[in-house]
Unconditional design. Sequence first.
Length: 195
Amino acid sequence: MTRRRIVEAAAGLFLQHGYAATSMSAIAAEAGVAVQTVYASMRTKRDILETVIQLTVRGDEDEAPLAASRRWRQMETEVDPREKLAMFARIHREICEREAGLFIVLETAAAVDAEIEPLLRDKERFRYEDQRRVARSLARRGQLRAGLSAGKASDVIWALASERVYLALVQAREWNGEEFEAWLAEQLAAALLPR
């Protein structure tokens, strides 16, 4: 599919050269299509970046948001709170493996391009909304530790389960993905669940 080739080409170029240094003609050349095809299919470079981020978070071209995916629904309905958090940690690690590098591209682009900044804000808002669903599912079952509101639990999840933390531990400190996942599940359980 042409659109998919354009998005994959753009993702690779954004990671290699950065958003600002990647031109529409470079994306077209990498995808093996005419520049007019890129414009007709995706309109702007900003639209391409938005699609790249969406597809890397979801892992496929499904139009459903992350919280509507089968794996997310299974995690949300899991009865055991520790297992729920372990499932969440796995989903988060897999997302970070696909898109943490692109998150840096997005963050860097937002710093220099006012049109990109809303994309970063939206991504952070969507991440928080998804993580708030996890906290609320724990709260509904009475599984949060005493005195911890669903709102504060959402904030804890948001702080621990972020691309920045993933990159700090996996890239900078050279943890492997499984170590990060186990650590995240342990930290979330310790912070959120009764002792």
